[in-house]
Design a protein around this ligand. Sequence first.
Ligand code: OAD
Length: 252
Amino acid sequence: MIPSSLLRALRSARHVVVFTGAGVSAESGIPTFRDALTGLWERFDPGELATADAFRRDPALVWGWYEWRRMKVLQARPNPAHMAIAELAGHVPQLTLITQNVDDLHERAGSREVIHLHGSLHRPRCFACAREPAEPLPAPDEPEAGRRLEPPRCHHCGGRLRPGVVWFGESLPSDALRAAFAAAQACDLLLSVGTSGVVYPAAEVPHLARAAGATLVHVNPQGEAPQSAHEHLLALPAGQALPQLVREAFGG
Ligand code: OAD
């Protein structure tokens, strides 16, 4: 049951921000990071896989792991949560979609101008000279989790390609971060979907919106009870909550 005050706030919002994390892609079969048992960081050590030092130490281990993740994304499809977010953009005057995810499921659901705070699995670049390859990489050849794969070489300088994601200890892309913070400060309603909200600076986004007086809506089956009348929790999987929210607010 969606509170009528939330439906009213969504119908009258001028600028909606949707801020997503791994939970929005969970129902597409992409594992999250911190969910008990199924989360990637339950099974794999980020220090061995998600840092520049790890790549220097063992590029084939790191590249193989990210190619495994890229393959899982290529095999996945957008779910009703991704679709509902793309549809919502057609119902409100302005919508900014900010994601922490490195998959492209929002784009494949039809969302445009997605702000990727943590980069993308689909945009590798050279570890040495930062240039991107001229041709998109071919689909990975069914790698398994933990299988080593030599990274391809850069056609400019011969350096190794690295995944185009933000690793621990690295800065977020500054244009993306600036645009995300500006949208958070300007919006009147922010939907935070499927994120544990523990990784900064991305996790600043909902705090900035709250401080600017926006209504906050958390979509998370494990979410905590909201603290104020301007904050709501839809404690359901995103693939159920978001289509229901869009339907009840705008019909169709
Ligand atoms: P987490 O794995 O930390 O959190 C996922 C959240 O999604 C949890 O709060 C779950 O309860 C929730 N969840 C699970 N299934 C869901 C569903 N079907 N619908 C809605 N919510 C669901 O993932 P993130 O918050 O995205 O960073 O993690 C943030 C960052 O930490 C990632 O971008 C990544 C990681 O280290 C980098 O790689 C830089």
